[in-house]
Design a protein around this ligand. Structure first.
Ligand code: ADP
Ligand code: MG
Length: 329
């Protein structure tokens, strides 16, 4: 199968939203009046972001999901994407499920493939997404104010837990591993929540490198600090990171450094961390209901720079919870 046959067979479909899709030198998009275009790129590299032998259907899903998560973080509605693919070999048994995983998520969000590039080389998938958001309504990292509430969507920590288990660093009960692995390999981008938070959230980011690191970006861009309530709030957003053993005992509790590490700095969660004034609590809950996405208030924004963790008694919680950084040494 040659390059153009491959593109035709797996990655070409008639476009509905774009003016022009796959097949020419450029694709054409027509932005609607009063809308800004939101654009983001994420690359997945074999051996770095995923195991080379991962289920190709899951990989197709995840490659697009991590990009849709960036659109979600700015409150944008997905429109289209491009796919740059470097493949060691053109194998039907890999390409067919990869394309199926990709199309399934694309269709679920009405996001269409409008172009890309295909080359032979080490397995590497780079997607660029295009979305739209009403002018002036995009959720940014820079809008958090002292006194704002701090929220997280869904649950955190499972992806990291699964990664550590798959790397052989820890042993998980089979059922715990299965559900944690689902979160690692098939993340759910919070696209509906992001759009529902337009005009409600004062700042927002998606959690790809770990809560503390991604929240840190909001704090830095907004020139503020934050306090997180670990014991109460963090317990609510920890999923498999805490689990109960067969005999009913807690095998892995939130108090353990490893569980806290997974939840606070795990990475690959693709949830949203956002802020909103206390006066908008009802609006935040309405956005959560409208998008069928749980949200938890985990702390607040302070004028004092820096990030503080405190326990149920208000005592500071120490720990070095470094987030993921590709070039950290
Ligand atoms: P160019 O020579 O301009 O780089 P190519 O010959 O590489 O274009 O690609 C031909 C067409 O196929 C272009 O419209 C391009 O956007 C599209 N395309 C290439 N690879 C992919 C892919 N993986 N998915 C979708 N479209 C692709
Ligand atoms: Mg090309």
């Amino acid at each position: 199968m040659g390059e153009f046959e491959l593109i035709q067979r797996y990655f070409t479909r008639p476009v509905r939203k774009a003016v022009l899709g796959v097949g020419d030198d450029c694709a054409l998009l027509q932005p609607r009046a009063g809308m800004h275009m939101a654009i983001s790129t994420d690359m997945l590299v074999a051996g770095r972001h995923f195991f080379a032998d991962v289920d190709p259907h899951a990989l197709g899903h995840k490659a697009l999901a991590v990009n849709l998560s960036d659109l979600a973080a700015c409150g944008a509605r997905p429109l289209a994407f491009t796919l740059a693919l470097s493949l060691p070999q053109a194998i039907d048994a890999w390409l067919a499920p990869f394309a199926q995983g990709l199309w399934a998520l694309a269709d679920a969000h009405g996001c269409e493939l409008i172009g890309g590039d295909t080359t032979q080389g080490p397995l590497n998938i780079c997607i660029t997404v295009f979305g739209e958001v009403p002018a002036g309504q995009a959720l940014l990292r820079s809008g958090a104010q002292p006194g704002d509430d701090l929220y997280v969507s869904g649950t955190l920590g499972d992806a990291r837990l699964a990664l550590e288990a798959l790397q052989g660093h820890l042993q998980l009960p089979e059922a715990v591993l299965a559900s944690a692995r689902q979160r690692l390999e098939r993340p759910t981008p919070r696209v509906a929540l992001g759009q529902a938070l337009q005009g409600v959230a004062s700042a927002c980011a998606d959690i790809s490198d770990g809560l503390l690191g991604d929240l840190g970006h909001i704090l830095q861009r907004s020139g503020v600090g934050a306090t997180i309530d670990t014991e109460n709030a963090i317990t609510l957003i920890a999923a498999c990171a805490c689990w109960t053993g067969a005999n009913g005992s807690f095998e892995h509790t939130i108090g353990s450094p490893r569980a806290l590490q997974c939840v606070l700095a795990g990475g690959d969660d693709y949830e949203l961390v956002f802020t909103a004034p206390p006066a908008r609590r009802a609006a935040v809950q309405a956005a959560a209901r409208a998008s069928a996405t749980p949200v938890t208030r985990i702390g607040q924004i302070d004028a004092t720079p820096g990030l503080r963790l405190r326990d149920a008694q208000g005592r500071p919680v120490d720990g070095n919870f470094a987030s993921f950084d590709h070039f950290a040494r």
